[in-house]
Design a protein around this ligand. Structure first.
Ligand code: PLP
Length: 360
């Protein structure tokens, strides 16, 4: 068996320890004689799995009692629609567009009501986070929407926008559990888990209870109402049972790691190694305004497309997978989520130094 250093933006690297444990339990989950994939989601055993997962997540994030945790399906994309369907009481919402994912959410919301783009960084290929301290928030906005870590462009909100009292809704897919987060600052925060927490197929929604109502937009299907899932503790229908089980294992791994303060330190240390090199290199450079740099997704370029392609090819041959940048930015992107070991980042930087010497 040989594992590569996988810098994929998602689905992405998971802790080896978690994968090994899952492998050990594959044929016989703790004496049940069956795998978690094969058991009823209504069984006592599975109830224990999903309840533990929720309890561990609540403890990691100190989620207050007046917030519900929902394990749903449909990816982040389904939330682009579920959010307006459930929260757009006045049919008005304000969107801060800092990348493709925020833009898609903004476009989807237009199906349901008046979505206002109140700030954007599209003028410079989303390479920065706009000043959000005094935005023209709509007086009748039901919520203000952000994508907190921009997976494709490699920017992150370091301070949350001033929503002037409006409910903040945030997509944290690619920075979920990478550092501490104050849940009370949000009305709703959600993320697809395939970036930092588990296998694709699960999306976690943390929502303040007063936002969960019967009063959804007309025509909202039962499956797309937060209330349906909140009332049933995420077991209204068959949930993505195996995926939730893996998420639960990752939560335990984070707790063992020392929680989110320790995780943040680990992630800062990793990102610094890469950014410091990008700042001193004469060949490679980062594409993002320094103060807005993400700890999770690090795009970089040489400025020469042929050289970029050569780098991607040679890095792959050397055991560094998925370093090709998103098609809208070009160049390279290293996603260095929680489970990427520091050795992986060090090895990548050594490889980049060698490449720089050879291609001067
Ligand atoms: C990957 C990603 C998405 C899209 O997720 P799907 O699960 O494919 O719908 C949305 N937002 C962010 C921030 C992402 O990183």
């Amino acid at each position: 068996m040989s594992r590569v250093y996988n810098f994929s933006a998602g689905p992405a690297v998971l802790p080896e320890e978690v994968l090994k444990e899952a492998a050990d339990e594959m044929l016989d989950y703790r004496g049940c004689g069956m795998s978690v994939m094969e058991m009823s989601h209504r069984s006592k055993v599975y109830e224990g799995i999903i309840q533990d997962a929720e309890a561990d997540l609540r403890s990691i994030l100190s989620i207050p009692q007046n917030y519900k945790v929902l394990f749903l399906q449909g990816g982040a994309h389904q939330q682009f629609a579920m959010i307006p369907m459930n929260l757009m009481k006045n049919k008005v919402a304000d969107y801060i567009v800092t990348g493709q994912w925020a833009k898609k959410a903004y476009q989807e919301a237009q199906i349901f009501g008046k979505a206002n783009k109140i700030a954007s960084s599209e003028d410079k290929t989303f390479s920065y986070i706009p000043d959000c301290s005094d935005l023209p928030i709509s007086p009748d906005a039901d919520y203000v929407y952000i994508c907190e870590n921009n997976t494709i462009y490699g920017t992150k909100f370091k301070t949350l926008p001033n929503t002037k009292g409006k409910t903040l809704v945030s997509d944290v897919s690619s920075c979920f559990l990478s550092e501490p987060m104050d849940v009370t600052k949000y009305g709703l925060v959600y993320g697809g888990v395939q970036k930092n927490i588990g296998p694709a197929g699960v999306v976690i929604v943390i929502i303040r209870e007063d936002l969960i109502t019967e009063d959804t937009l007309p025509g909202t299907p039962t499956m797309l109402k937060y209330k349906t899932h909140a009332d049933a503790n995420s077991l209204y229908n068959t949930p993505p049972a195996y995926g939730i089980y893996i998420c639960g294992k990752v939560f335990k791994w984070i707790q063992k790691f020392g929680g989110l303060e320790a995780m943040k330190k680990h992630n800062e240390e990793k990102a610094k190694i890469l950014y410091d090199y990008l700042d001193e290199s004469e060949l490679f450079k980062g594409t993002v305004r320094k103060e807005d740099r993400s700890l999770m997704n690090v795009p970089f370029i040489t400025g020469n497309e042929e050289l970029d392609a050569k780098f991607v090819k040679e890095s792959k041959a050397a055991g560094f997978e998925n370093l090709k940048g998103h098609r809208s930015v070009g160049g390279m992107r290293a996603s260095i989520y929680n489970a990427m070991p520091i050795e992986g980042v060090k090895a990548l930087v050594e490889f980049m130094k060698k490449f720089e010497l050879e291609n001067k």
